[in-house]
Design a protein around this ligand. Sequence first.
Ligand code: ADP
Ligand code: MN
Length: 173
Amino acid sequence: MSRSLPNILVTGTPGTGKTTTSEMIAQVTGLDHVNVGELVKQKQLHEGYLEEFDTHVLDEDKLLDELEEILKEGGKIVDFHTCEIFPERWFDLVLVLRADTASLYDRMSKRGYNKRKMDENMECEIMQVVLETAHESYAPEIVIELPSNTIDDMESNADRVKQWLDAWKVNNQ
Ligand code: ADP
Ligand code: MN
C-alpha cells in the first residue's frame, strides 16, 4: 500500500494508556487518532454485547472494511487493544504500550472495572500477551515496546514518534 503518510498502530492491554497516548501523538504529529473501540460502537461494527464479558462481539468483516477505507490515505493513529485482526500491510509502526501492575491496577479500579475484567487484564499484561501477539503478527523491526507508567513516559513516547515520523518523511518523499 503506498501512502503519503504512515499509519501507526497503538496497542496494549486495556488501561495501558493507548487512548491518552494516541491523543498526545496526534497533537504532536498532526496525524489523526482513530479510536477503534469508539468506532465499533458508533458504527455498530459488532454483533451484539456480551454481558458476561462486558464487551462487544466484533463484526470483523465490517470493521476491516470500514478501517480499510479510513487507512488508505495514511496518516492515522489506530488505537485498539487487539492487533492480530488487521492486515500487516496497513501499518508502518506498531507501538505496544506496557504498564507495570501497580499502575494498571490503579487505573482499572478508577474506571470501575469488575473483578473478572481486572484479573483478566492483569494476567494479559503480566503474560505479555499483546506484545507477543504483535511480534507474531508484524515484522520485528516495526514493533516497538514502550513503557507507559508516567506522564514523562507518555511525553517521551510522543516525542519519539514525532522523530520517527520526521525520519519516515525524509525516507519516503
Ligand atoms: P487505554 O486506552 O489503553 O485503555 P487510557 O489512555 O484510557 O488507556 O488510560 C487509562 C487511564 O490511565 C487514564 O485515566 C489515563 O489518564 C491514565 N494514563 C494513561 N497513560 C498514562 C501514563 N503514561 N501515565 C499516567 N497515567 C496514564
Ligand atoms: Mn482506550
